[in-house]
Design a protein around this ligand. Structure first.
Ligand SMILES: [Zn+2]
Length: 114
């Protein structure tokens, strides 16, 4: 069975030729684990046993979240996350947040109740 990324809306697969690396939840660090849970929109009371099985692909981290590889190893596929790395919050939420900042988000829509 091919494992897929557990990030909501992401369908990246953990296959041999995947450009993404897959990362486990930091289950031992409770505070950090909570940040991951929030980032993925998982219920905060989800059991650790379940969380342990989740994988998040590298698409949800920035380059700064990974330990730098040795020079000449740029192609190294298995990237290592920094201990403090947290996945980016869900894109939809980010967009909604930005929209709330920009009052004319849906310009021309005419569906805004004033
Ligand atoms: Zn993913």
């Amino acid at each position: 069975m091919v494992r897929t990324c557990d990030y909501p809306g992401c369908s990246n697969k953990d296959v041999a030729d995947s450009p993404q690396s897959f990362h486990r939840f930091p289950v031992t660090d409770v505070a950090l684990r909570k940040l991951w849970v929030l980032a993925l929109g998982i219920h905060v009371d989800t059991k650790v046993e379940k969380i342990k099985k989740l994988r998040v692909c590298s698409a949800h981290f920035s380059d700064d979240d990974f330990l730098s590889t040795c020079p000449g190893q740029r192609q190294m596929k298995k990237r290592i996350l920094k201990k403090s790395a947290v996945p980016a919050p869900q894109v939809n939420k980010t967009v909604a947040y930005q929209c709330s900042l920009q009052s004319r988000c849906s310009s021309g829509g005419g569906e805004i109740d004033i």
